[in-house]
Design a protein around this ligand. Structure first.
Ligand SMILES: Cc1cc2nc3c(=O)[nH]c(=O)nc-3n(C[C@H](O)[C@H](O)[C@H](O)COP(=O)(O)O)c2cc1C
Length: 81
């Protein structure tokens, strides 16, 4: 995987697609038995929509909040609204 040789943990955009894939796979297996928190690389409202679309019940942000600030929460709410 790209960035695999970096020291420390990865977050933000590099983990977005991988995270979406894992959420999708979990959602198919769980069939609603447990809620899924979608996290990893959500930097825009569209990213949050994508996580919900593949089966997340809610989303969590960390890196996006650092780079975009509280406006990101507004963008996500608008996009999900
Ligand atoms: C600086 C930093 C500290 C973190 N600390 C924790 C932690 O203490 N516990 C935890 O479960 N996840 C922690 N995380 C992981 C985040 O909650 C999140 O799962 C991960 O960063 C991927 O989401 P993101 O792309 O929105 O950052 C941390 C992430 C960062 C960047």
């Amino acid at each position: 995987m790209e960035n695999a040789e970096e020291s420390g943990g990865l977050s933000g955009a590099p983990v977005r697609d991988k995270s979406t894939l894992v959420i999708s796979q979990l959602s198919q297996r769980l069939q609603g038995a447990l809620p899924i928190i979608g996290v990893g690389g959500i930097l825009t409202g569209a990213d949050a929509v994508e996580k919900i679309a593949v089966g997340a019940s809610l989303v969590q942000v960390y890196s996006g909040l650092i780079y975009k600030g509280p406006q990101l929460v507004r963008d996500i709410c608008k996009s999900l609204g």
